[in-house]
Design a protein around this ligand. Structure first.
Ligand code: FAD
Length: 393
């Protein structure tokens, strides 16, 4: 059939998930055409607007993505918000298959009093601000305070802490925005507390980011040795990567101790841990600790949003329900990346899962499970957009 000759496929979102899915489809099907729709004017998602400016080596994947975009069977259409400018059913009409790779655009809220106060931001917004994400350019964080508190202990928390503490002359060499650089030059922030509910064994950051933090010029790590009591023995049992991370933390805690005096500021509940392994929970002890600070950044995770009423969405897990990338009960609809697995994992994790989605789609195509007959692809969407007074780039 014609479909076998030219499968028309579209991908929603141009981050790593969108590009790696497109790459797989183009590589393993010699005639497939892939259109990538993106709400921003420019491609690459969090590689452009998330990855820290002092991690240029991570951004090298942009070269691979650009190769994909250069294929004459691939097109990038920026400035199209799927779910608003064009619906998912409209895309399904125009294409044989649709892949949703729109990432996690929201942040998880703390849901505690004070979250809306001035000086309290999500790390997502702060990251968007220093990376030039258009919607965050008005953030204007007040950096005239001495101390910032980051809630959460993942790699994003360390990125944010590092950007706050890196000498501006080092950031000058990066592609951080001029506005952010200007604000950071004026910054008075000297101390950054990185707060977690659980203990050192449960931190979510990785050793590379920890090492960068410990070695930051002009900065001294402050770890409370009391938090590490009894851990020496327990780390023998944990998997090797975490063991190495723990050893570095322990070494740092014992070599460079020193807790600082705290005057009132943010109030933290002191917790103790219950349970073992992944199920370890933090339970409030009833004690509180006050930390002085003028800036609070909550860095407890990103969150995907539903894109279109026609697409199932698991609000609790924040993902599109799927089996290996096939959206449940929606033939011809697929997903990849953070919206498929939830907002964790590095770019290579996203690559692996996007290749898998691409593989499932091609299997379905081969098995004749996708609509037959030709599909108009972009021509139909272009007409729809212009009938609405909209245009893509
Ligand atoms: P995204 O990269 O978010 O891409 C989704 C795309 O979809 C975006 O371009 C978005 O604009 C678009 N979109 C959203 N909604 C719509 C819509 N309605 N219509 C059209 N388009 C839409 N990984 C590393 O390996 N190294 C790092 O150093 C690193 N640093 C990170 C720093 C931060 C702050 C964050 C948040 C993540 C970092 N990661 C890093 C993880 C990495 O960025 C993710 O694994 C990866 O970007 C997820 O890819 P994705 O394509 O699912 O999502």
């Amino acid at each position: 059939s014609t479909q076998e000759q030219t499968p028309q496929i579209c991908v929603v979102g141009s981050g790593p998930a969108g590009f790696y899915t497109a790459q797989h489809l183009l590589k393993h099907h010699s005639r497939a055409r892939v259109d990538i729709y993106e709400k921003q004017l420019v491609p690459f998602g969090l590689v452009r607007f998330g990855v820290a400016p002092d991690h240029p080596e991570v951004k090298n994947v942009i070269n691979t993505f650009t190769q994909t975009a250069r294929s004459d069977r691939c097109a990038f259409h920026g400035n199209v918000v799927v779910g608003r400018d064009v619906t998912v059913p409209e895309l399904q009409e125009a294409y044989h298959a649709v892949v949703l790779s729109y990432g996690a655009e929201d942040h998880r809220a703390l849901e505690i009093p004070g979250e809306e106060l001035p000086g309290v931001f999500s790390a997502r917004a702060f990251v968007g601000w220093y990376n030039g994400l258009p919607e965050n350019q008005e953030l204007a964080p007040d950096l005239s305070c001495d101390t910032a508190v980051i809630l959460g202990q993942g790699n994003v928390a360390l990125d944010v802490a590092r950007i706050l503490l890196t000498p501006p002359e080092h950031l000058e060499k990066t592609d951080i925005t001029e506005a952010a650089l200007g604000a950071l030059r004026q910054s008075r922030v000297k101390t950054v507390w990185i707060v977690g509910r659980r203990g050192p064994l449960q931190v979510a950051f990785t050793i590379k980011e920890l090492r960068e933090m410990i070695q930051l010029p002009g900065t001294r790590p402050i770890l409370d040795p009391a938090d590490f009591l009894g851990l020496q023995d327990r780390i023998k049992e944990v998997p090797r990567p975490r063991k190495r991370l723990m050893e570095l933390l322990l070494r740092t805690a014992t070599e460079k101790p020193g807790a600082e005096e705290a005057a009132p500021g943010i109030r933290l509940a002191v917790t103790r841990l219950e349970g073992v392994g992944e199920a370890t929970r933090a339970v409030p002890t009833g004690d509180v600790e006050d930390l002085p600070c003028g800036l609070v950044l909550s860095s407890i995770g990103y969150k995907s949003r539903p894109i279109d009423p026609s697409v199932p969405f698991d609000l609790k897990l924040g993902v599109i329900p799927n089996t290996e990338g096939r959206v449940v009960d929606m033939p011809g609809l697929y997903c990849s990346g953070w919206v498929k697995r939830g907002p964790t994992g590095v770019i290579t994790t996203t690559m692996t899962d996007s290749f898998l989605t691409g593989q499932m789609l091609l299997q379905d195509l081969k098995a004749g499970l996708l609509p037959s007959g030709p599909r108009p692809g972009y021509a139909a969407i272009k007409a729809l957009l212009s009938s609405r007074g909209l245009g893509s780039l």
